[in-house]
Every structure is written in structure tokens, then in C-alpha cells.
Ligand binder design. Structure first.
Ligand SMILES: [Zn+2]
Length: 148
């Protein structure tokens, strides 16, 4: 008698990362899409109020600002170059528009981008979202004690 193992028995169910990112971009729980993802501007909730999915595992860290900088940078630099080429704006108008647009776009995009990153982490089962506690990085060994 032989025992057969099937990958589907041991492997966790796949999560739809597109749906999870979409829910995160809307500021909703990546699992159910109903509960709120944030309790503050950038502070995620501990767990979803609607489905109970724990969300404290998230480790978005610096990725959302990098993504926002990339998006806003392309918009601002592209717009600035187009304005320089096709419009005859004064330096004062440039100084009024571009810094203001940079700050406004960055503030508008930061929360949705962070939500999308958390949704992606949830879908990829990163940082404890897969049911396994997040293991800490290896710590260096303590210095060896020299006998005196
Ligand atoms: Zn939920």
C-alpha cells in the first residue's frame, strides 16, 4: 500500500493578489474588502472589523514612499517639461504650481499605495499573513567568552 501526497493538501489556497491590491488601494481589508484598513492616516487596524482577518502583520515599511516618489516624480517632471516646452509660464507660476502639486499628490497617493502594498503582502502570505508567525532575522552570536 502506498501513500500519495498531493500538493493541494499541504499548500495553502492561492490568494488573488489583484483583488487584494484593489481592496487595499480603496483602504479596505484585503481579505473581505468590507472592513476599514486604516485607523489613522497611515496606521493600519490590528484586525478587520468585518471578517476578523489579522492585519497587524503588515510590514509595508519604506515601499509606499518609494512608490509614491516614483509616481509623483514622473508626473511632476513630465508636466514641468511639457509646460516648459509648450507654455509660456512665468517663474512665479512654476514656483506656485509644481511644489504644491508635489505635496498634494504625495498626500493623496500615500494611503492608497500603502493599502495596496499591504494587500499585496497579504496575498503573498508575507510577514505572518500566511498563518505562520513571522520569524525574526538571524541575530549575530554573542561574543565568545574568553577564559581568563
Ligand atoms: Zn476583512
Amino acid at each position: 500500500m502506498s501513500v500519495q501526497y498531493h500538493e493541494s493538501v499541504t499548500a495553502p489556497a492561492r490568494r488573488d493578489w489583484r483583488m487584494a491590491v484593489r481592496h487595499g488601494l480603496r483602504g479596505r481589508c484585503p481579505h473581505c474588502g468590507e472592513g476599514r484598513l486604516f485607523r489613522g492616516f497611515l496606521k493600519p487596524v490590528e484586525a478587520c472589523a468585518a471578517c476578523g482577518e489579522p492585519l497587524h502583520h503588515q510590514r509595508a515599511d519604506d515601499l509606499p514612499p518609494y512608490v509614491v516618489i516614483t509616481i509623483v516624480g514622473h508626473i511632476i517632471v513630465g508636466g514641468l517639461l511639457l509646460a516648459e516646452k509648450y507654455a509660456d509660464w512665468s517663474m512665479g507660476l512654476h514656483m506656485a504650481i509644481w511644489p504644491t502639486l508635489t505635496v498634494v499628490l504625495s498626500l493623496l497617493l500615500m494611503q492608497p499605495v500603502k493599502g495596496g502594498v499591504i494587500g499585496l503582502q497579504w496575498a503573498m502570505r508575507m510577514h505572518g499573513f500566511g498563518g505562520v508567525p513571522n520569524t525574526p532575522e538571524r541575530q549575530p552570536l554573542p561574543p565568545a567568552v574568553q577564559p581568563s
